[in-house]
Design a protein around this ligand. Structure first.
Ligand code: ADQ
Length: 465
C-alpha cells in the first residue's frame, strides 16, 4: 500500500523525549506512521490574524508532521464554537449546553475546507487517509471536491447520539451526508454504530445492502465498531519504573492508614465530576465509621478554558470540594484531595497503582482510557477495584468492573463500600478478567483492525466488525 496519512485537529507526534510523556494513542499512531512512512496533518495549535495556509513540517523520531496555523475567527467559530460548544455537548447528551449558532457552522465548514486545501498537495496516489474525530466530519467531502479518490476512513472518538437527539442539530442531515464521503466510518462501540444506523435508516431513507454497509445519499459507506485501547503492556511496565515507584511511595506515605480512591479526568462536564463528588459526600454521610479510612484523590487538569461551561464547572467543583472538606475534615485528615494539574504517564501509573479503587464515572464517554490505564497499572498480586460508569464505552468490554449509574449517588456510594470491603480473592479474580481484555484489545490491535479494514474496503471479502 501507499503511505498512511493521519489527520486530526491536534497533532501529538513524539517530541523526542521518552515515551513516558507521550500518550498511548500518539505512540500507536506514530508507530504506524513510521511503518508506512506516513504523515500526520492537523492544526498547529497557533492562531494568526489571517489564514495563510503555510505548512510547518518536521520529522522527529521518524514521524513527519505537517501543521497549519488557523485564524483567530477559526479558533472561535470552529474550535471553541462548533466543535466544543455544539457537537461535543450534543454528542454527550448535554443538549442544555449545546449552542446553535450559524457563525459556528460556517466556521466549521470553512476550516474543514481550509484543511482539505492545505492537505491536498501532500496526498499521493495510493495513500490511505485516516481522519480522526468530530472536528473533521466534512473534510472528506472537501477532499472529494478537490478530486481526491483515495480511500478515506473516519474514526469517531466520542459517542454517536441517539437518533432523536441528533435531529435537534440544525443541519443534521448535511452532517450525516458528509459522512457518506468516507469509505469506512468507525465507532467506539456497537451501540454508537447502531445509533448511526438508526438515523440513516429512519431519517435519511437509507438501507443496509449488506451487513456492515449503509447506503444513502446515493453512496455506500462501510461502518464498524473499533473499540480503542491503550498500550497495555507498556503501561503495566511503567508501574515498575523509578518515577512510578517514587510516586507510589509519596502518595502511599501521604495516605498511610487510609485507602485511596482515585479519579483522573480532564475537567469536563461529561466526566461526571460533580456527580462523583456528591456520591462521595453521600458515602461519607452514610458511613461515619469509614470516614477516617478513605481519601479521594481527584486529578482534573483544566481544559477548554475558553468555553464558559468549562469555567462554570470549574468553580462549581472548587465550591463542592471545599464544602465536603469543610464538613468532613478533622485536624489531621481531609476526605478530598483535588488537584488541577497534569502528570507524566509514569507518574500516573504510580498513582493508579496505590489506589484501592479507580473511580471512573463519566455521564457519557466514547470509550474512556483512564479505566483501562487503572487496570493496567495494578499489582497482579494485590489489585484494586475499578468502579465504572455504565455509560462509558469501556463498560461494554470491562464487565468485571463494578458498573454503576453515575447519576445515582446511592448506587455509586454503595459500589464504593463494596469495593473497599472486597476480598483479595475477588479483587484478583475480577482484575484478571479485566486485564485480559485490556491487553487483548490494546491500541495496536485497534489501529491494525481499522487500517486493515480501510485497506480492504471495496475488496470482495471486506466485512465490517
Ligand atoms: P478524553 O475525553 O480526553 O478522550 P480519556 O479516554 O479518558 O478521555 O483519555 C484521557 C487521557 O488523558 C488518558 O490517557 C489520561 O491518562 C490522560 N490524562 C487525564 N488527566 C491527566 C493528567 N492530570 N495528567 C496526565 N494525563 C492525564 C476522548 C474521548 C474518550 C476516548 C478517547 C480516545 O472523550 O471517550 O476514550 O478520546 O478515543
Amino acid at each position: 500500500m501507499g503511505r498512511l496519512i493521519v489527520v486530526s485537529n491536534r497533532v501529538n507526534a513524539p517530541t523526542g523525549a521518552g515515551e513516558e510523556t507521550v500518550g498511548g494513542l500518539a505512540m500507536a499512531l506514530s508507530a504506524a506512521l513510521r511503518e508506512y512512512s506516513g504523515l500526520w496533518f492537523g492544526w498547529s495549535g497557533q492562531t494568526v490574524p489571517e489564514f495563510t495556509g503555510e505548512l510547518h513540517t518536521q520529522t522527529v523520531a521518524g514521524v513527519t508532521t505537517a501543521t497549519v496555523d488557523l485564524e483567530d475567527a477559526d479558533y472561535d467559530e470552529y474550535y471553541n464554537g462548533y466543535a466544543n460548544k455544539t457537537l461535543w455537548p450534543l454528542f454527550h447528551y448535554r443538549s442544555d449546553l449545546t449552542a446553535f449558532d450559524r457563525a459556528y457552522g460556517a466556521g466549521y465548514e470553512r476550516v474543514n475546507r481550509r484543511f482539505a486545501e492545505t492537505l491536498r498537495p501532500l496526498i499521493q496516489r495510493g495513500d490511505l487517509i485516516w481522519i480522526h474525530d468530530y472536528h473533521l466530519i466534512p473534510i472528506a467531502r472537501e477532499l472529494r471536491r478537490l478530486g481526491v479518490t483515495n480511500k478515506i476512513g473516519f474514526f469517531l472518538h466520542i459517542p454517536w447520539p441517539a437518533h432523536q437527539l441528533m435531529t435537534t442539530l440544525p443541519g443534521h442531515r448535511q452532517l450525516v451526508e458528509a459522512m457518506f464521503e468516507f469509505d469506512l466510518v468507525g465507532f467506539q462501540t456497537a451501540e454508537y454504530r447502531h445509533a448511526f444506523e438508526e438515523y440513516v435508516l429512519t431519517e435519511a431513507g437509507g438501507d443496509m445492502p449488506t451487513e456492515g454497509h449503509l447506503r444513502a445519499f446515493g453512496r455506500t459507506v462501510q461502518i464498524g465498531a473499533y473499540p480503542i485501547g491503550i498500550d497495555a503492556e507498556n503501561f503495566a511496565r511503567l508501574r515498575g519504573s523509578p518515577r512510578a515507584r517514587r510516586m507510589h511511595d509519596i502518595v502511599g506515605a501521604s495516605t498511610i492508614f487510609r485507602q485511596l480512591i482515585v479519579g483522573v479526568d480532564r475537567l469536563d462536564y461529561s466526566k461526571g465530576l460533580e456527580e462523583r463528588f456528591l456520591a462521595f459526600e453521600r458515602f461519607l454521610a452514610d458511613n461515619p465509621d469509614l470516614r477516617r479510612d478513605v481519601l479521594m484523590l481527584q486529578i482534573a487538569p483544566v481544559s477548554r478554558e475558553g468555553v464558559e461551561a468549562y469555567q462554570e464547572i470549574r468553580s462549581r467543583l472548587d465550591a463542592l470540594s471545599g464544602r465536603i472538606n469543610g464538613e468532613y475534615s478533622d485536624i489531621d485528615t481531609s476526605p478530598i484531595r483535588y488537584v488541577n494539574r497534569n502528570y507524566r504517564r509514569d507518574e500516573l501509573a504510580g498513582i493508579y497503582s496505590v489506589a484501592r479503587v479507580g473511580l471512573v464515572t463519566p455521564l457519557r464517554d466514547g470509550m474512556n482510557l483512564v479505566a483501562k490505564e487503572y487496570v493496567a497499572a495494578q499489582d497482579p498480586a494485590d489489585p484494586g477495584v475499578l468502579v465504572l460508569s455504565r455509560f462509558a464505552g469501556a463498560a461494554g468490554q470491562l464487565k468485571e468492573a463494578l458498573l454503576v449509574n453515575p447519576n445515582s449517588p446511592e448506587e455509586v456510594a454503595d459500589a464504593l463500600k463494596h469495593a473497599l470491603a472486597m476480598s483479595r480473592g475477588e479483587r484478583t479474580r475480577r482484575w484478571e478478567a479485566l486485564f485480559d481484555s485490556v491487553q487483548r484489545c490494546d491500541v495496536t490491535a485497534w489501529r491494525d483492525d481499522f487500517v486493515g479494514a480501510l485497506k480492504a474496503v471495496g475488496e470482495p471479502a471486506a466485512m465490517a466488525s
